[in-house]
Design a protein around this ligand. Structure first.
Ligand SMILES: Cc1cc2nc3c(=O)[nH]c(=O)nc-3n(C[C@H](O)[C@H](O)[C@H](O)COP(=O)(O)OP(=O)(O)OC[C@H]3O[C@@H](n4cnc5c(N)ncnc54)[C@H](O)[C@@H]3O)c2cc1C
Ligand SMILES: NC(=O)c1ccc[n+]([C@@H]2O[C@H](COP(=O)([O-])OP(=O)(O)OC[C@H]3O[C@@H](n4cnc5c(N)ncnc54)[C@H](OP(=O)(O)O)[C@@H]3O)[C@@H](O)[C@H]2O)c1
Length: 369
């Protein structure tokens, strides 16, 4: 059931055990962080390497040295993945390296890519989250703000490949007041606005790294990944894709499977990291596949908004077959996408004469869902 902990955390995220702010965020928008997985065989490589410092380009080219200074031994061994090293009462202080808006002018809302320097003292694995404690105190009781979680959007090496930074992909939470018919700044999201307004050198109080359910099962380098994201739910998958296609780690070198990314955003201006994904597609056409759902530019077959579940449905048989052959399926973003995905799989099960509930139960039982 390890992998289905993601599903549980989805439930947790939408219900109990959360700081009030997270509950508020949940109320504002249902969110899901799910890991669904089918089969995984285990087997890996290792490689000698050195720190590759100072690389600004995302892509490493032929002559450069491999990297493994942040790898486990063997590199797929997840027994020592760091979890909750820094807690709310003794947070880590990171420093902002850069904060950049990464969506175009016609995007709905603002999303920023924020690079944070941790000097190598806050290691994490792809798929983990950092907590951020926004500065200041709560108006209602004068207590410090609660921690908010953000999926880490870089690989463990950071965008600069030094192992000293991590990146976040943050959507600025605004509050649309129906009476004012405008954004009400008094009700804007505390932490996302703090992060999106940061300047280089600003300090960020951080906790974590949190979570192990979104880790990549790297033991079998032929594993197929199906990653389904809405909006900033892209964050962990950007980390995955960098690890698989932009680095010279043992994991990247070994990877022979196919990673398939489905991303749903409002329009083309709201696409996130498209340049990187196009580069991965062009460099690894057999190993990386990319599908977008642009809800406000495209229509689904019923003439409604093209949501990501509609795009996934277009490939239902293929996805079912991939799952059947051991693919791992991940979801991150809005919870609203899930019923459509589940209905899609149910339909395929029915067309194959399989009992969907039994099918899912079987996957869960074997730790595959
Ligand atoms: C595991 C996990 C990973 C996540 N990863 C990411 C990520 O990678 N990127 C990302 O952007 N987010 C991510 N989130 C969401 C993130 O944690 C925050 O919930 C989000 O940024 C909003 O926090 P905030 O402090 O800005 O808003 P809060 O201050 O907590 O407010 C929440 C919402 O309530 C609204 N609000 C405030 N006051 C009122 C009021 N009086 N009446 C009505 N509404 C009000 C705000 O406008 C806002 O929309 C993740 C969440 C989880 C659980
Ligand atoms: N758990 C995690 O690890 C994690 C990580 C990152 C982000 N998140 C959360 O994920 C959410 C992503 O939000 P965002 O603001 O970045 O996204 P967004 O921009 O509000 O939405 C992204 C896309 O999803 C579409 N959408 C809306 N309702 C949908 C539904 N029911 N089914 C499928 N698609 C739907 C939107 O379409 P329209 O706007 O056109 O309707 C848009 O095209 C946030 O709430 C964030 O907190 C969670």
């Amino acid at each position: 059931m390890a992998k289905t902990a993601g599903v549980l955390s989805t439930v947790a995220f939408t219900t109990a055990g959360l700081p009030p702010a997270a509950i508020a965020a949940k109320k504002a928008k249902e969110v899901v962080e799910v890991v669904e997985t089918v089969d995984n065989t285990r087997n890996f490589l290792a490689a000698g390497a050195v720190l590759f410092a100072g690389a600004t380009a995302m892509k490493l080219t032929g002559g450069e040295k491999a990297q493994d200074f942040l790898e486990a031994d063997p590199y797929y061994d997840q027994s020592a993945v760091p979890v909750n090293v820094y807690k709310n009462k003794s947070p880590f202080t990171g420093k902002v390296v850069s904060t950049k808006r990464i969506v175009g002018p016609k995007a709905t809302g603002e999303t920023c890519h924020i690079v944070i320097d941790h000097k190598g003292d806050f290691p994490y694995w792809e798929g983990q989250s950092w907590g951020v404690i926004p500065p200041g105190t709560r108006e209602k009781d004068g207590k410090p703000h609660a921690v908010r979680l953000y999926s880490i959007a870089s690989s463990r090496y950071g965008d600069d490949m030094t192992g000293n930074t991590g990146s976040l992909c943050v959507r600025r939470a605004t509050y649309w007041c129906p009476e004012l018919k405008a954004d009400d700044p008094a009700k804007k999201g505390i932490c996302s606005n703090f992060l999106c307004d940061t300047q280089p050198g600003d300090e960020v109080m951080m906790t974590g790294p949190a979570g192990k359910v979104m880790l990549m099962p790297e033991e079998d380098p032929t594993t197929d990944y199906i990653m389904v994201a809405t909006g900033t739910g892209i964050a962990p998958f950007r980390g995955f894709i960098r690890r698989l296609f932009f680095e010279k780690t043992p994991a990247a070198k070994a990877y022979k499977g196919q990673a398939w990314l489905f991303l749903g955003v409002a329009n083309s201006d709201a696409l996130l990291y498209d340049d990187e994904f196009q580069e991965a597609k062009s460099n690894y056409p057999d190993n990386f596949r990319l599908d977008y759902a642009l809800s406000r530019e495209q229509e689904n077959k019923k003439g409604g908004k093209m949501y990501i579940q509609d795009k996934v449905e277009e490939y239902s048989d293929e996805i079912f077959n991939k799952l059947d052959s051991g693919a791992h399926m991940y979801f991150c973003g809005l919870k609203g996408m899930m019923p459509g995905i589940q209905d899609m799989l149910k339909g395929v099960c029915e067309s194959k004469g399989l009992d969907y509930d039994e099918y899912i139960k079987g996957l869960k039982k074997s730790g595959q869902w």
